[in-house]
Design a protein around this ligand. Structure first.
Ligand SMILES: Nc1ncnc2c1ncn2[C@@H]1O[C@H](COP(=O)(O)OP(=O)(O)OP(=O)(O)O)[C@@H](O)[C@H]1O
Length: 263
């Protein structure tokens, strides 16, 4: 019988969290989270308000600094380096460089209001990566076409709907050609009729093989698009599995109780 396939770097999980703990003052928000996300996976993080979903997501790109534990993306330790057997926080410049390789989309879009749509998308590649303006502009136009906003390059964010602004934010997140995209409740601030257009863009991204971690209350999206759903409760991942396992046949009473309120 043939032996197991050799383990290559591509078999390593793209994201690996070990024992991640986070507290704000006396409030312990994350209680030692272990999590792995393989390349091409779409992980939906679900759970009640205050269970720690956003905090966990923000630990992945060091927008929140864990009090303990480690976060690896693409095999690289995020936010820290090991010297003399101890962890030292990286210089802010290096943290920003790490963060630039991880796209993030926030609930409230966070576009620069004084920049046009195109300028928002090329801001990071030209400023952080010092890419020349012309290829950055070409790439940005292609991304804006991809999210259906090719005709809005010269518009300012305030003239766009929330759904359009969020699609610009996704294009901006993609502009640094990230291996990983993080979404923090990307549709929660949108009017209901605008939610679908943003989820459609995310669905396309997933179909294209992008690795994604999505904090969401959109159970339909989790059911249809996620490769894995993780239920967070009180700063822990209580259970995880395929959407069918977690959403249709949860093991824990607390998951069942949460789902009975949102499904
Ligand atoms: N910067 C902060 N300072 C103090 N407490 C915070 C901070 N950020 C989050 N918290 C607290 O940590 C807990 C977890 O918050 P978090 O936003 O991670 O939860 P969540 O599961 O994403 O909730 P929601 O679905 O409402 O966004 C909450 O009690 C929140 O008040």
């Amino acid at each position: 019988m043939a032996g197991p396939e050799p383990v290559t770097a591509r078999d390593e999980p793209l994201v690996r969290l070990t024992g991640v703990r986070k507290r704000f003052g006396d409030h312990q928000v994350l209680h030692g989270v272990d999590l792995e996300v393989a390349r091409g996976e779409v992980l939906c993080l679900i759970g009640a308000s205050g269970s720690g979903k956003s905090t966990l997501l923000r630990c992945v790109n060091h927008l929140e600094r864990p009090n303990a534990g480690r976060v690896y993306v693409g095999g690289e330790l995020i936010g820290y380096e090991e010297r003399g057997g101890r962890l030292h926080e990286l210089h802010e410049r290096r943290i920003r460089a790490q963060r630039a390789r991880i796209g993030m989309v926030f609930q409230h879009f966070n576009l620069f209001p004084h920049l046009t749509v195109l300028e928002n998308v090329i801001e990071a590649p030209t400023r952080v990566n010092r890419q020349p303006r012309e290829p950055a502009t070409r790439a940005a136009r292609a991304l804006l076409d991809r999210v259906g906003l090719g005709d809005k390059v010269n518009a300012y964010p305030r003239s766009l709907s929330g759904g359009q602004q969020q699609r610009v934010a996704i294009a901006r997140g993609l502009a640094m050609r990230p291996e990983l995209m993080l979404f923090d409740e990307p549709t929660s601030a949108l009017d209901p009729e605008l939610v679908g257009e943003v989820l459609d863009v995310m669905r396309d991204l997933a179909a294209g093989g992008m690795t994604m971690i999505v904090v969401t209350h959109e159970m339909g999206f989790a059911r249809e698009v996620a490769t894995r759903v993780a239920f967070m409760d009180g700063g822990r991942i209580l259970e995880q599995g395929t959407p069918r396992q977690v959403l249709a046949d949860p093991r824990h009473e607390r998951t069942r109780s949460f789902l009975s309120k949102v499904l």
